[in-house]
Write a protein that binds this ligand. Structure first.
Ligand code: ARG
Length: 318
């Protein structure tokens, strides 16, 4: 193991603790998806037909009647002490614009029905509800997610976005809501067995991701050299290149990796320790009010089990 060994081990322990928690609270049977309430930029909020389930009704203000008529986000606001819409400065009054790259299941993707879906989408919807704002999802290249928030074009960055010191110089982060590990996908018959075998191999990553940044770094810094790493627009594109033998492996976050391997014959994830990371929501450094409000809402959703039940809905304990 070459990189960040100690941090990786410590965070791995954290991750294991998190997955143990996940085992304890299953949310199967939930039929409501936040994706149904969410529309692309410029659209209107759909009055989604909803069925309330116990998992969805953990917040006091959420009566069945209110849940069935989610017409305007403000009428469904479940503000509990956090700042309300009126106090908050957002790109568009009354709206919460989320910058994402919806090619990263199970955190964000476009479902068969054309709606955005995933863990980040549902958590963002709950946060918007609490703040009395209408969630608007703006899908873009992953490389634009941080800069769009930094330059004030978007309110929040939520994209399975790893907290890094470099990104912290450009945007602020909320508390973390998930942990992840970078993993290596290889063909079943690959001679790559551990991270140490990556030397001199052709590595594929999604552009702008931490996986790309680690791998393309110099060998002195624990990387494999820029010349050995190809950046693809999405993880799925990298996996296609792997399937056709253009590259030898793909380095990407563990949950999308699991989905790609499940969807494609002949691939496996190496059982080798790699870098551990924390996902959090990015907010502009110039909008402390929004940062605090989003963080408070997120903390409440973590404390009452909502975040865990959303994660459990998409990630089944294995
Ligand atoms: N966690 C990695 C990072 O922050 C990858 C995130 C990719 N997310 C996406 N929506 N494509 O760099």
């Amino acid at each position: 193991m070459k990189m960040k060994n100690k941090a990786a081990a410590g965070l791995l322990a954290l991750l294991m603790a998190a997955s143990l928690t996940a085992c304890g609270s299953s949310s199967s049977g939930s039929t409501t998806t936040a994706a149904g309430e969410t529309t692309a930029a410029g659209g209107t909020t759909a009055a989604a037909a909803e069925t309330t389930t116990s998992a969805e009704t953990t917040t006091a203000a959420d009566t069945t009647a209110a849940a069935e008529t989610t017409v305007s986000a403000s009428s469904a606001a479940q503000t509990t002490g956090a700042a309300t819409a009126g106090d908050l400065k957002t790109v568009e009054a009354g709206e919460l614009h989320m910058a994402t790259n919806a090619a990263f299941p199970p955190y964000e993707s476009v479902g068969d029905d054309g709606n955005f879906e995933g863990i980040d989408v549902e958590i963002a919807q709950k946060i918007a509800d609490k703040l009395g704002l209408k969630l608007v999802i703006d899908d873009m290249d992953f490389g634009s997610v941080v800069t769009s928030v930094q330059t004030g074009k978007e309110d929040i960055a939520m994209a399975g976005l790893t907290v890094t010191d470099e990104r912290k110089q450009n945007i602020d982060f909320t508390d973390s809501y998930a942990t992840a590990v970078q993993v290596i996908i290889v063909p079943e018959n690959s001679d790559i067995k551990t991270v140490d075998d990556l030397q001199g191999k052709k590595i594929g990553c999604q552009e702008g991701t931490t996986g790309y940044l680690y791998c393309s770094d110099t060998p002195e810094n624990g990387g494999y050299g820029e010349e050995n790493v190809t950046a693809f627009p999405s993880g799925a594109n990298a996996v296609q290149a792997l399937l056709t033998g253009k590259i030898d492996c793909v380095v990407i976050d563990n949950e999308p990796a699991k989905q790609y391997v499940a969807e494609n014959e002949g691939l496996k994830i190496l059982d080798t320790e790699f870098v551990s990371e924390e996902y959090a929501i990015g907010v502009s450094k110039d909008n402390n009010g929004l940062l605090t409000a989003v963080n408070n809402a997120l903390d409440e959703l973590k404390a009452d089990g909502t975040v865990q039940s959303i994660i459990d809905k998409y990630i089944k304990a294995d």
